[in-house]
Write a protein of this length. Structure first.
Lengths: 321, 400
């Protein structure tokens, strides 16, 4: 590992300041804007955790709902007997373990096979959970009653976001991150260069799954009532992919550029067109794809380049994302 | 240039609608908020039960000149949001209603899970939470946890046990034998009912000759109906959800399932069930029911159809409307829009509703419909927890 460069130090300071500013939001408003902020923080964490794996490898994973649901259920099952921080740790381990098992079995697949498998995974886990509950307990719903308010959940999500960013940054600096970039560019070349391709992918998939598991656990107290359809909601998987891709996946912070505008846009649409939400969101999507084919990051990069001032920096960024 | 035009048009549409929304606010009106699915898995159910009942109530109240609040008539203005059948969205909508729109009252969401997810917030802001479309055994616990919450549609155990009692009565009269098939959808309501129902059937001396469960996403019901047919029971009971309620019944019609009592769960009470099954619906038992002979219900059905353009269901539609009548009467008695004063009125008052006289016992309506049966094109209540007005169940005779 190298020492901090001035650039990295500057990014770290800006990031910390942004997080600190965000942490003050609950003091300003504990109503609607806080809820909106919770939803943004939620998808920011999910999309960034997703990008940890899918960004460098270009594997589109639709398994987010599976890991998320596992985390939610960990809290649902254990909230009456175990302390909450321990449950978060268990959720991380459970999410990571499942990701590991799945990774070993499927990460040799690529392209559309992987996508379809991960889509099926969420449904599979949901059916297993339902089956276990049908046969060994009396009800399918679990109650999670805690004293956590929206502000607590928001702060936990912010802490988690910080953890995801630091982890992502550490991975980028490590041999693993370097290996992933090579794999993402050309898997055959990576294999010939002596990289253990399968192992690297599985490790990264596990890290990503663990973070998504914790996110599900943090959100469980907000649901109050945990049941398979809400915990393993496939919409979560799709929304994460859409937001992350619209933001861009080439940088760790890029998904954020998709999450913030889209959460707000979705919200405005559902507020002003309650009877035509799907229609308006569809139109918005088409408009965005048409106007921003390379995601918001692409737009930012174009702006930087046309201004000219950022040209050397852009090239440097390209070489070392 | 074209791209910009497109974005501008979209932005203009957003802006125009927001101007419209604020412009609609007026002095001397009561603003009532509602958030429920207009899209997503539960949208089909809320489009039958939830939204039209609210539309009818707002129409009725405003036609009368408004709600009497301390001597002045105040009209009702509805603020509605789509929760896309998502908890996160529902929580945000409730927050928006409470803190941005600052509505005077909130009509609780649709569905058990979303009602529970939003209950802590509705309690935090002190609104009366008169829940309708939430059937669960936890109602007493919830009423204690959130004293502002009221529960009207019943408990899952009662839905199962009253069905057992009904079939036991038919068996004791010699109408059916003691062989029964029990199947259920492996999802919340289906599992709770099956877990309460199966032991009760055994205790009542029924012989369960076939039992199975199937996932929510099941499409092909032929194996289940064929296996049930092979076991030759007199009664077939399915604790099912809307999709499978229709699927099982279609399959039973095709297979001409020779049973004398046939029960399917949620959505049997929908008018669309009779529409889709025609004469095969006759004699089908299902979850829910109303006192279809009461003048109040008859009048409700007529006006619902006139005002909303669609018929209400024969179960929760009228309860949804009654919950709004409770809100209206509680506001009038409180003489103000003070939320706590209205909650107190709901606690202690007696209400005259389309469902008859209502008083809350520990925040819960203890008398509710549980089983209904299609008889002559109407879904009559045949079992309840003591409402009165039940008609006698008939034996199912064929599918044509």
């Amino acid at each position: 590992m190298n020492a901090f460069t001035a650039r990295e130090l500057r990014t770290a300071v800006i990031g910390a300041a942004a997080l600190a500013a965000a942490a003050l939001i609950p003091l300003a408003d504990d109503g609607y804007y806080l809820s909106l902020a919770v939803n943004i923080a939620l998808y920011a964490v999910l999309c960034t955790a997703w990008t940890l794996f899918s960004g460098p490898t270009h594997y589109i994973s639709l398994a987010t709902a599976a890991f998320f649901g596992i985390g939610t259920y960990t809290v649902g099952l254990g909230i009456d007997t175990l302390p909450f921080p321990l449950l978060l740790a268990i959720a991380a381990i459970a999410g990571g373990l499942i990701a590991g098992l799945v990774g070993v079995a499927t990460l040799r697949l690529s392209g559309v096979y992987f996508v379809i498998f991960t889509l099926g995974l969420a449904e599979l886990v949901r059916q297993i959970v339902t089956w276990l509950q049908t046969n060994f307990t009396n009800a399918v719903g679990l109650y999670v009653f805690t004293d956590f308010t929206e502000a607590h959940i928001f702060w936990m999500l912010l802490g988690l976001a910080a953890l995801v960013y630091v982890t992502g940054w550490l991975i980028n600096r490590s041999r693993l991150g370097f290996a992933m970039r090579i794999i993402g560019n050309d898997e055959t070349v990576a294999r010939h260069a002596g990289i253990d391709v399968a192992r690297s992918k599985v490790i990264l998939f596990m890290i990503s799954g663990a973070f998504i598991g914790i996110t599900g656990a943090v959100l469980a107290p907000r649901f109050a009532y945990v049941e398979p359809p809400s915990a393993f909601n496939p919409l979560i998987s799709f929304q994460v992919v859409i937001m992350a891709l619209l933001g861009g996946t080439s940088r760790l912070w890029a998904p954020l550029l998709g999450v913030i505008p889209f959460t707000i846009l979705f919200d405005q649409v559902s507020a002003h067109f309650p009877n035509h939400t799907s229609l308006m969101i569809g139109i918005a999507f088409m408009a965005v794809v048409y106007v921003l084919p390379r995601g918001v990051t692409g737009l930012v990069e174009d702006l930087v380049r046309t201004r000219g001032s950022g040209r050397p920096a852009t090239v440097a960024e390209r070489a070392q994302p | 240039m074209k791209r910009r035009t497109l974005m501008k048009a979209f932005a203009a549409a957003l802006l125009a609608s927001s101007v419209h929304a604020t412009g609609a606010m007026a002095e001397g009106t009561i603003r009532v908020g509602a958030s429920a699915p207009k899209t997503g898995p539960l949208a089909g159910g809320s489009a039958v039960t939830y939204w039209p009942a609210i539309q009818l109530w707002v129409h009725d109240v405003n036609e009368r000149g408004g709600i009497d609040v301390g001597g002045t008539k105040m009209k009702v203005e509805l603020v509605e949001y789509d929760d896309r059948t998502s908890n996160e969205e529902a929580i945000k909508n409730i927050q928006r209603l409470a803190t941005v729109d600052k509505v005077d009252f909130i009509i609780p969401p649709y569905g058990t899970g979303i009602n529970l997810a939003t209950a802590p917030l509705i309690a935090k802001y002190g609104y009366p939470h008169i829940a309708v479309t939430a059937v669960t055994d936890g109602v007493d616990e919830f009423a204690q946890r959130w004293p502002n919450s009221f529960w009207t549609l019943g408990t899952s155990t009662a839905f199962a046990t009253t069905l057992v009692d009904l079939l036991k009565g038919m068996r004791d009269k010699g109408l059916i034998n003691d062989k029964i098939a029990v199947v259920n959808v492996a999802d919340a309501f289906g599992i709770e009912l099956a877990n309460a129902g199966k032991p009760a059937f055994k205790e009542a001396g029924f012989d369960i000759v076939y039992e199975t469960s199937y996932p929510l996403t099941q499409q092909d019901f032929s194996p289940i109906i064929q296996a049930a047919k092979a076991a030759a029971p007199d009664s077939f009971v399915a604790f099912s959800y809307p999709g499978d309620t229709f699927g099982l019944t279609k399959e039973a019609t095709i297979a001409d399932l020779p049973v004398k009592a046939y029960y399917v769960g949620v959505a049997t009470a929908f008018p669309a069930f009779a529409g889709a099954n025609g004469p095969a619906a006759e004699g089908v038992l299902g979850a829910g029911g109303v006192d279809a002979n009461s003048p109040a219900i008859k009048d409700f059905i007529t006006r619902h159809t006139e005002v909303t353009g669609q018929a209400p269901d024969f179960w929760a539609s009228s309860v949804q409307y009654a919950s709004l009548e409770v809100l209206e009467q509680a506001i009038t008695r409180a003489g103000s829009l003070d939320k706590q004063a209205v909650v107190d009125q709901v606690h202690n008052g007696e209400f005259d509703t389309v469902m008859g006289h209502w008083t809350f016992d520990g925040n819960i309506i203890r008398k509710f419909w549980t089983v209904g049966q299609w008889q002559g094109g109407v879904f009559h209540g045949v079992a309840s927890t003591g409402i009165g007005g039940e008609v006698s169940p008939v034996v199912k005779s064929g599918w044509k």
